[in-house]
Design a protein around this ligand. Structure first.
Ligand code: GAL
Length: 654
């Protein structure tokens, strides 16, 4: 059965509350209690003196009520004595100076001294608890980000990493094109992290920036692997993960999760929904992206349970139905464990106004009742965990694209995530099953592959997409594809989209980075769309023109093309359009490739399906605050605001 979890911090509450807390959680339907995430100072109050007695009692109380525990290594927040005794374990900021301690997450994950202490507390925990039947799984650290620490050991590690990769300073100079602005180095010591106090990423060498991001991602993966190996050393069968969020310092998730058993995500969907629907489905995108990390079902380790209020003014209370609806939305996109954050709002510390399930008054409330309803619904589908999601359309995501485009802006408003989300949004709006995939994933079994903005170019991917298209698949390529080589330098001597030119049957004659300005394209079928951000002025080389610009000096030139290639076809979208453009493209692709879709869904309604040994379940979620209805198989489906309806394979509504 899909499990419901709860974050609980026994160290923050009087022991007299524990028994009752456990009884109330168990009665609610909670099966897994997440513990110890920030409890290092209670587990090791002074160097080498370990106190596990209180955690033993908490685990004992929880398991007596029939629940299991999910144990977190507490390494996000080291105890203050460690920072005092070993100041070199404190992360350094962009100015090269240690950051101020006193909040959380101050540690440098690359510091050998910190690593030693982190390994020791992890070893102590694993030795004590790993392999015990009451342990459901393990979480490493908390919301890890790619490391951009500038402490002396990180500087040294960056140099070492580059040295291993390039061998000689001459090879590095060549790869990075360091002759520009006299950037050539003659000694590895001359390498510095590309950050500074008055940080302006656009001024640094993009090749250096990309390697710096890759290095940060490598550090993180290395850190995760160390803790994972310790836990697995005590229990090879343990399920080990770490909880991700989408942050500014995004890691390479494929690399991070490579050695972990399951992907996990902290799911805080928006509580204020925009009237215009502009960012609808944004939450679904995050869930689908997390499913791509291991290409299988995942866990939610923090699920929205109350109004926000950490690090910011308090937000509005969740509307009725939101907590239940969003939790079921996570399941509908592939979550097999949904663990709410947190049981009771804290009475102290910076997070005291961030709301958990219970308020400070400790009374049962509306939010608790919604979680109870969520648990009861899951009980009606005991086999749901034996199902998974598999779409017929795939969309490729690459960490290098994220890194390179974040650090070198293409035009005002142009963003990698926006490109991805426009296609994702169109698929959601048409009820199309979509899987996000890493760029090197096998493509067999898919009918269409969307590859927006493949900017840092892997020529092998172009060849694979050609093979896929030749055998009847449909591929979509967009602007800013085929631009850079693997070092993040511009490809020379070939018109854009370079390696994709043959597949797309067109070339970019010139481009116009129009930024936030808007203009228009007219499609061959008579429809028209506003566009913004970027305009590739295309010259077809065999492709058919799907849409043309109607303005500026390139009025009449091709903006979107479609090229027959083998028995399949490739679209090239040279601009960034409004939502309707992507809907029209996706609907055409579905019609031509016989991919199931649902036209006529109201904006904000999502349809997903889980299928497998456990049967077939279709999920219909109204991700808006309006009541909506729509036709389905000759009936009318009505959905209240934030309501999720679930249909079993035999047509029964559950
Ligand atoms: C998460 C974090 C939690 C808690 C929560 C508050 O990002 O992992 O520890 O701070 O936010 O909403």
């Amino acid at each position: 059965m899909i499990k419901v979890g709860m974050a609980y911090y026994p160290e923050q509450w009087d022991r007299s509350l524990w028994e009752d807390d456990a009884a109330r959680m168990a009665k609610l339907g909670v099966r897994v209690v997440r513990l110890a995430e920030f409890a290092w100072s209670r587990l090791e109050p002074s160097e080498g003196r370990f106190h596990f007695g209180w955690l033993d009692s908490a685990i004992d109380t929880i398991t007596r009520h029939g629940m299991q525990v999910l144990l977190c290594t507490p390494t996000n927040s080291a105890p203050m004595w460690l920072y005092t005794d070993h100041p070199e374990t404190v992360q350094c900021g962009r100015d090269g100076r240690p950051i101020a301690t006193g909040i959380r997450g101050h540690r440098c994950i690359q510091s050998p001294v910190f690593r030693r202490y982190a390994a020791r507390i992890t070893t102590e925990m694993a030795r004590r608890y790993a392999g015990r039947p009451e342990v459901y799984g393990w979480q490493i650290d908390n919301e890890l980000e790619s490391s951009h620490c500038t402490c002396p050991s990180c500087r040294e590690a960056f140099r070492r990493w580059l040295r291993e990769r390039y061998g000689t300073t001459a090879a590095l100079n060549k790869a990075w094109g360091n002759e520009v602005w006299s950037g050539e180095i003659s000694d590895w010591e001359q390498i510095q992290p590309p950050v500074s106090e008055d940080y302006m990423p656009d001024w640094y060498n993009p090749a250096c920036m990309l390697d710096y991001e890759r290095f940060g991602a490598w550090c993180l993966a290395d850190y995760v692997r160390q803790q994972r190996d310790i836990i697995k050393g005590y229990d090879p069968d343990a399920t080990v993960t770490t909880n991700s969020w989408f942050c500014a310092n995004m890691p390479d998730f494929q690399q991070e999760y490579a050695c972990l058993d399951v992907a996990a995500y902290d799911n805080y969907p928006p509580m204020v929904l925009p009237e215009d629907g502009e960012t609808l489905y944004s939450n679904a995108f995050g869930l689908d992206l997390v499913r791509s990390f291991k290409r299988k079902n995942f866990w939610i380790l923090e699920q929205l349970a109350g109004a926000g209020g950490c690090w910011s003014p308090m937000g509005p209370a969740p509307e009725p139905g939101m907590i239940e609806g969003y939790a079921m939305q996570a399941v509908a996109h592939g979550a097999d464990l949904v663990s709410f954050f947190r049981w009771r709002s804290s009475c102290s510390g910076a997070e005291m106004l961030g709301h958990g399930v219970l308020d400070h008054d400790d009374r049962d409330n509306r939010r608790l009742a919604e979680i109870g309803r969520f648990c009861r619904r899951l009980e009606q589908m005991p086999d749901l965990d034996r199902t998974s999601i598999r779409g017929q359309v795939a969309m490729l995501y690459g960490a290098d694209q994220e890194f390179a485009l974040k650090n070198q802006r293409q035009s005002e408003g142009f963003a990698y995530w926006t490109q991805l989300r426009l296609f994702h949004d169109a698929c959601m709006g048409l009820g199309i099953g979509l899987d996000i995939l890493p760029e090197d994933a096998p493509l067999e079994g898919y009918k269409a592959v969307l590859a927006p903005t493949h900017y840092v170019t892997d020529p092998a991917l172009a060849r694979r997409l050609e093979g896929f298209t030749a055998q009847g698949g449909t591929v979509v390529i967009t602007n800013r594809s085929g631009v850079k080589d693997k070092h993040n330098n511009c490809l020379f001597g070939e018109p854009l989209p370079t390696v994709f030119r043959r597949l797309c049957g067109c070339r970019v004659k010139e481009y116009d980075a129009i930024g936030a300005r808007r203009q228009h394209i007219a499609a061959a079928d008579g429809s028209g769309y506003d566009v913004t951000g970027w305009c590739d002025i295309l010259e077809p080389e065999g492709a058919q023109v799907w849409a043309r610009y109607t303005e500026k000096f390139y009025a009449g030139a091709a903006a979107v093309t479609k090229n027959a290639f083998g028995t399949g076809c490739a679209y090239y979208v040279g601009t960034v359009g409004e939502r309707a453009l992507y809907r029209a493209l996706m609907a055409e692709i579905c019609r031509e490739r016989d991919i199931p879709m649902l036209e006529g869904l109201p904006l904000g309604v999502e349809v997903t399906a889980r299928r497998g040994q456990g049967g077939l379940y279709r999920f219909f979620f109204n991700n808006t605050l309006r009541a909506v209805d729509f036709p389905l198989d000759g009936q009318t489906v009505a959905l209240a605001p934030m309501e999720m309806k679930i249909q079993a394979g035999d047509g029964r509504w559950l």
